[in-house]
Design a protein around this ligand. Structure first.
Ligand SMILES: [Zn+2]
Ligand SMILES: [Zn+2]
Length: 889
């Protein structure tokens, strides 16, 4: 004998806090997140973009967690072995800065502690952060495989870093050289070009006279950084500039330090900048550095690494760079060498991490020769092996790679992968090796010292798709999961990360690292401003999760947003997500109660189904096929929008309402099987987007279903719905479309005439050839539109004359509503009359305003525009009121 279903009330309201952690733990314990390697199946693989170790989860992380979880859950439900591999980045500079600040508060610093103790402290701190980040990712519902989680400084990825370095070095693609680098004086390290943020600054252009040697004459140069005069080793003109014919080869005396330097000619000089004569400071400007290399000019570095002036600065030694500028200007002025000063707006590099002004300076660093690596990365996108979504970023990617510059990879930090290079103190040669060498590879001396610097953090993340899977070893994971499927990340790190991963992936493995790049947008607040700590407009993800629930947050980040578009995260969007979860809760609760009171026969008998059953099954099938297509095209925002509109706008608002009428009347067939079927299928359709609420509801529903439903443990491992082509029923859609239209139209008329909710109004419907199909729904129309009686006219002529009636012409039907059933005619006339008068006054005042010349010239154009729109809107309202009054007479 079948066991009677246990009476169990679902709570009145959905409380995400009570179910989210329960289900996450359930999924984790069941091992659903770890894919089974099946050589017969093609896996779906995403390697997670690495959150920085520097503290807690922020909204930027939830931006990638959401689409990646959607994709992974979807593919898993489609039966593919789905791997989403999580990881964490050691975040070189950013992390070291945090711990150094802690040390400063404790009255110590890394130098006092020593490298070893300092790194111990860093690891301790990193471990705490790692735990916190993992916990927060889990709260978002991230279904990633924690058994494969990696940290960039773990042994495997670290070995991969050394291996990649050695391979590039052996190919001659890594070199050490003196180049102009971007020096951040605050972070005390070199930065790559990408880590420098260029901002327009209102500065000055200083015109300075350089006296010709042994002559009373001068030539005048213009500069924005007069302190760099101290490092000049030439002045230059363009060889085709006729103004300076005969000057080239002469010498000038450098002001302030009185060094004698030549006048040279070089094509790189822009004759239109300043006076056409430029100063050449090879140690402090990248363009001048190149000129100096061509022309064989010496380099004079004038700065210490804390950006005070060094001994080459003569009497200015010890001054800070900006104090030195003032001192030199004062001296030039006194000597009559400062000709003029002009305001000048120019672009100045700032440190991406700390916003301090970057100092370009010549320094010996390690570089990757990127051009030979870039070409295969360009080809992979051009020949379609890698697709970038949205497509508009393809051009941005190609432009950057075609114009790529060498990548400075050494950083003067302690936290990171130490450069695998040892210098011999005896013969001076280098040993480059994956494992720590015992002796110099050239002379065998054991007197060797490792390079003190570490590698750019992006060097290790560039290997992330293959280093996490075991490269350089030939592992089962690497063979099965590489190349990965999708790289999902923010468009802001297309160059930092995506392009470099493609270059290094191809270089190390000979194969592309992924076939699709999916770029999501950045998060903005309701005013459209980018969320950032500096602006103080950041929402805390944990607070948001607690207030709205993870599903609501995921909904707000996804619904309606096309790939690559920025996301405005606002309270109304979050509320919409929460309301949707509540709506689903309520409808499931209603269904659970109905099953308990009516029994649990939930098998659909396809023959003889009423129109509304055929309609909802048809709409469900169409929604599934559309959603599946959209998911395949990475249109998750649109897919979720369609599921939402189907569930709320068609299922809850119409089908469930009609089903309630049937359940009350007890008329056969019962709508329960269709209710259960559509809800259960839709929950699976929605699961990848809102995993927690769908699991909770699915489990609640499952408990009430017959025993063959109990085999499946979780919605997470149930099959993703597939469209049933046979269910598509255009005739049922047409009839239900007409019924919905009729009810809508009557409800709108009630709203327009402010009919009290308890008042019944009369409606006469003419529906032409659909009349026989619609007639059985007159009860439903009565109940849902509060219209009684509803009469069906056989011929249009039966409609009474147009006086004192409201006639509505719809797509499939016409409706006639006698006015006296809706309103008290006398009162309505008065109401309309008074509204017309008020409306006329408003129109007149707006018209006067828009004729006022003073207003039109002084007000900003958008204000004038708003007033014009208001006038148009008021005029049309007045027109409608007048028509309404005409109908009553
Ligand atoms: Zn900095
Ligand atoms: Zn040696």
């Amino acid at each position: 004998m079948a066991k009677a279903p246990t009476k169990y009330e679902m709570p009145k309201a959905y409380e995400p806090g009570k179910v989210e952690q329960k289900w996450y733990k359930f999924w984790l314990d069941k091992g659903y997140f770890t894919p089974k390697i099946d050589p017969k199946k093609k896996p779906f693989v995403i390697i997670m973009p690495l959150p920085n170790i520097t503290g807690e989860l922020h909204m930027g992380h939830v931006c990638f967690l959401t689409p990646e979880d959607i994709m992974t859950r979807w593919h898993r439900m489609k039966g593919e072995p789905a791997l989403w591999l999580p990881g964490i980045d050691h975040a070189g500079i950013a992390a070291q800065v945090v711990v150094e600040q802690q040390l400063a508060k404790e009255g110590t610093d890394r130098h006092k502690m020593g490298r070893e103790k300092f790194l111990e402290r860093m690891y301790q701190w990193a471990e705490e952060c790692r735990k916190m980040i993992t916990e927060q990712e889990q709260r978002m519902g991230a279904s990633c495989d924690w058994s494969r989680e990696k940290f960039t400084l773990d042994e495997g990825p670290s070995r991969a870093v050394c291996m990649a370095f050695v391979r590039l070095y052996d190919k001659g693609l890594i070199y050490r050289g003196e180049r102009i680098i971007n020096w951040c004086p605050r972070c005390a390290t070199a930065l790559s070009d990408l880590e420098v943020e260029h901002k327009d600054i209102q500065g000055h252009l200083y015109y300075v006279r350089y006296p010709l040697q042994g002559d009373k004459e001068f030539i005048t140069v213009a500069t924005t950084r007069p302190e760099t005069i101290l490092g000049d080793t030439a002045v230059a003109v363009n060889p085709r500039d006729k103004r300076f014919k005969g000057m080239v080869g002469k010498k000038v005396v450098l002001p302030a330090v009185k060094r004698v330097i030549p006048i040279i000619a070089d094509e790189a000089v822009d004759p239109d900048f300043g006076t056409g004569v430029v100063k050449i400071t090879p140690a402090h400007d990248p363009v001048d550095f190149d000129i100096a290399q061509r022309q064989g000019l010496p380099m004079v570095n004038i700065l210490n690494l804390d950006v005070t002036m060094n001994e080459n600065a003569g009497k200015y030694v010890g001054l800070d760079r900006f104090d030195c500028r003032q001192a030199i200007l004062a001296d030039l002025e006194q000597d009559g060498l400062l000709v003029k000063v002009e305001p000048y707006s120019h672009s100045v590099g700032h440190c991406d991490r700390c916003q301090v002004i970057i100092e370009p300076l010549a320094s010996k660093q390690w570089f990757v020769d990127t051009k030979p690596l870039a070409q295969p990365a360009i080809d992979a996108v051009k020949d379609g092996r890698i697709t970038i979504i949205p497509e508009r970023f393809t051009k941005v990617y190609l432009n950057w790679l075609e114009d790529i510059r060498d990548w400075c990879i050494s950083r003067q930090l302690w936290w990171g992968h130490r450069i695998p290079v040892w210098y011999c103190q005896d013969c001076g040669e280098l040993t480059v090796a994956v494992d720590e060498p015992k002796a110099c590879s050239q002379c065998g001396s054991s007197n060797i010292e490792q390079d003190p610097d570490v590698l750019d953090t992006w060097f290790s993340s560039a290997l992330w798709t293959h280093s996490t899977l075991g490269w350089p070893d030939d592992t089962e994971d690497l063979r099965y999961f590489y190349p990965t499927t999708v790289m999902e990340t923010g468009y802001d790190i297309l160059f930092f990360w995506v392009a470099r991963m493609i270059m290094m992936g191809l270089g190390d493995t000979g194969d592309i690292p992924f076939s699709t790049v999916y770029l999501h947008g950045l998060l903005r607040d309701e005013k459209g401003e980018k969320m950032s700590k500096v602006r103080g407009n950041v929402l805390n993800p944990i607070d948001t999760l607690e207030k709205y629930g993870a599903d609501a947050l995921r909904f707000a980040l996804t619904s309606g947003i096309p790939p690559g578009n920025d996301i405005k995260l606002t309270a109304p969007r979050l509320e919409a997500g929460r309301n949707f979860a509540n709506k689903l809760w309520n409808v499931t609760r209603f269904m659970v109660r109905s099953i308990e009171s009516k029994g649990a026969n939930v098998r659909i008998q396809r023959d003889g189904l009423p129109v509304e059953d055929r309609w909802i099954l048809s709409r469900l099938s169409r929604t599934i096929s559309s959603v599946t297509g959209l998911m395949g095209d990475f249109q998750f925002g649109e897919a979720l929008g369609q599921i939402h509109d189907f569930l709320w706008g068609e299922f809850c608002d119409w089908y469930v309402e009609l089903a309630k009428i049937r359940l009350r009347s007890g008329e056969a067939p019962s709508p329960l099987p269709v209710l259960v079927y559509v809800l259960e299928t839709s929950l699976r359709l929605l699961h990848p987007f809102m995993p927690f609420v769908t699991e909770e509801l699915w489990q609640n529903l499952k408990k009430r279903l017959p025993s063959d439903w109990q085999k499946l443990e979780s919605i997470m491992v149930a099959a993703y719905p597939e469209a049933d082509e046979k269910a598509v029923d255009p005739q049922a859609e047409r009839v239900m479309g007409a019924i919905i239209e009729i009810i809508h139209a009557i409800r709108n008329a009630r709203a327009e005439y402010k009919v009290e909710s308890r008042r019944w109004i009369e409606a006469q419907v003419y529906a032409g050839e659909l009349t026989p199909a619609i007639t059985p729904y007159s009860q439903a129309i009565q109940a849902l539109a509060r219209a009684r009686p509803v009469t069906f006219l056989v011929r249009r002529e039966e409609a009474p004359s147009a006086e004192n009636v409201l006639a509505l012409v719809l797509k499939e039907a016409e409706i006639v509503i006698p006015m006296e059933r809706m309103v008290d005619l006398e009162v309505e006339r008065e109401r309309l009359q008074s509204e017309i008068e008020q409306s006329q006054a408003e129109v007149a005042s707006l018209e006067a305003r828009l004729r006022d010349k003073a207003f039109l010239t002084k007000a900003p154009p958008d204000v004038v525009g708003r007033e014009r729109d208001k006038l148009a809107e008021r005029k049309s309202r007045l027109e409608r009121l007048k028509q309404g009054l005409d109908r009553l007479i």
